[in-house]
Ligand binder design. Structure first.
Ligand SMILES: Cc1cc2nc3c(=O)[nH]c(=O)nc-3n(C[C@H](O)[C@H](O)[C@H](O)COP(=O)(O)O)c2cc1C
Length: 190
């Protein structure tokens, strides 16, 4: 079994990557392999609405999306983590979600039955909106979304304004989420 983590921040050593790793560490402890893709390292174009995916069952735009989608298909679990930007998820992550939803849909609901949940990090506000945008992707794809002891929303700023390590509730929530996600995956896939 494998869980793919996708980090949506353009920043190196980003807060959303830190929190993603809090969840993935628990999943690893439960004996499930994990892999992280940071979108800051990838070239991702927006959906061009060409509808090629209806016939091709893949996206015909020539960039790094194909490699990410292949990894999504091979993983049993997918965890998304993003900073909140003006109450939304980041643009590259939204492109990945829109393109993968379309390819998977026209290909016969290719992501159906996988397990996963979103994580957001904000300095102050907009968590619920960004979280909802990602939940729409999970539900559209027929995926199972495990919960935690609280919503997977975390607090941190940039340049040390607020250190992610100080968000104890956020960290506890993600550890509990990682444990719950592992338990749900074992019930479904083992
Ligand atoms: C363009 C931009 C928009 C942002 N919009 C919000 C926002 O709506 N609400 C908020 O609380 N923080 C906002 N922030 C702050 C980031 O969400 C916050 O610093 C976050 O911890 C950065 O995470 P990262 O290190 O994973 O990139 C914004 C930051 C940027 C660069």
């Amino acid at each position: 079994m494998k869980v793919l983590g996708i980090a949506g921040s353009p920043r190196e050593k980003s807060n959303s990557l830190y929190y993603l790793n809090c969840a993935l560490e628990e999943i690893e402890k439960a004996g499930i392999a994990t892999e992280v893709i940071a979108l800051r390292d990838k070239k991702i174009e927006p959906c061009s609405a060409c509808y090629d995916c209806r016939e091709a069952r893949l996206c015909t735009i020539n960039d790094d999306f194909g490699e990410i989608f292949d990894k999504m298909l091979k993983a049993e679990g997918i965890v998304l983590s993003t900073p909140v930007y003006v109450s939304s998820i980041t643009v590259p992550l939204m492109s990945v979600l829109q393109r993968s939803a379309f390819v998977a849909h026209w290909g016969g609901k290719m992501l159906m039955g996988k397990v996963g949940a979103p994580i957001t990090v904000a300095q102050r506000a907009g968590q619920n909106m960004a979280l909802s945008q990602m939940l729409m992707w999970y539900f559209f794809n027929g995926m199972t979304v495990p919960g935690s002891i609280y919503w997977n929303v975390c607090i941190a700023g940039t340049r040390g304004a607020r250190d992610p390590e100080k968000d104890e509730i956020g960290i506890q929530t993600l550890k509990a989420f990682g444990k719950n996600m592992s338990a749900v995956m074992k019930k479904i896939f083992v």
